[in-house]
Ligand binder design. Structure first.
Ligand code: IMP
Length: 222
């Protein structure tokens, strides 16, 4: 049980991403399922407040009080929409979906692909919360990029088919749209690339790394 992390999520895609990332570091990630009625997501304007509330609720569902539990909250923030859908991403996905987001941005086009990316700039942000049996820690991750002109690919989940991540330099830092990076999806969305490729850019992976850096026994592995 020492290396078991319970992950409170109903999202199989998120669970798979966390398992893929944490397994090589010696952690077994198990899904902590909750009745929808026993976990409520607060309406808050920032992801950390939501993650903190979820951690408190998750702790009451653990098999033992010292078990480790993780929660994660993420959202898509679109510049031209002043950050919408942001903390409302889940609701926006269930209501207007990827096509609805594309429709909200139809007026933002350009024949110049670099300019089009600037007009349609967006970012995924994630906060990972972790109860280590004694204290709560938070990690954050951001993946800048842009919204595609049309849906592309069937991999991943949520807004993956409409999100193109910004290229990365050799240190993993995001680059502006006019520069070709060492890591690039070459204009393809998260929905059109392999899960292992998404991990290179992923806000969730960055939030987990940020969290792991705060755990002394694992920091050398990040
Ligand atoms: P949650 O509250 O963390 O579950 O995330 C809110 C919503 O943001 C999800 O329902 C997805 O629509 C979207 N989202 C979060 N992370 C991702 C991602 O990695 N890819 C695509 N959509 C995402």
């Amino acid at each position: 049980m020492e290396n078991v992390i319970w992950f409170l999520t109903g999202n199989a895609g998120k669970l798979a991403e966390a398992q893929q990332h944490l397994h090589p570091m010696g952690y077994e990630v198990r899904q902590l399922m909750a009745e929808p009625s026993s976990v409520t997501e607060p309406q808050a304007s920032d992801l950390e407040t939501v993650a903190r509330a979820k951690i408190e609720q998750a702790r009451s569902l653990l098999p033992s009080p010292t078990a480790k539990v993780m929660v994660e909250d993420a959202g898509l923030f679109i510049d031209a929409l002043n950050g919408f859908p942001g903390v409302y991403s889940s609701y926006a996905f269930d209501t207007i979906g990827c096509l609805g987001v594309l429709r909200l941005l139809t007026h933002l086009t350009s024949d110049d692909p670099v300019q089009a990316k600037r007009l349609r700039a967006a970012r995924f942000q994630a906060v990972a919360g972790f109860w280590d049996g004694e204290r709560t820690l938070f990690g954050t991750g951001v993946c800048p990029g842009s919204i595609s002109a049309e849906m592309q690919g069937e991999a991943g989940f949520g807004f993956d088919p409409v999100f193109i991540p910004a290229d990365l330099d050799g240190e993993g830092e995001p680059l502006s749209p006019d520069v070709l990076g060492v890591e690039s999806t070459h204009g393809m969305t998260f929905g059109a690339v392999e899960p292992s490729k998404k991990q290179v850019f992923s806000h969730r992976r960055k939030a987990l790394d940020d969290l792991l850096r705060q755990l002394p026994d694992l920091s050398e592995k990040v």
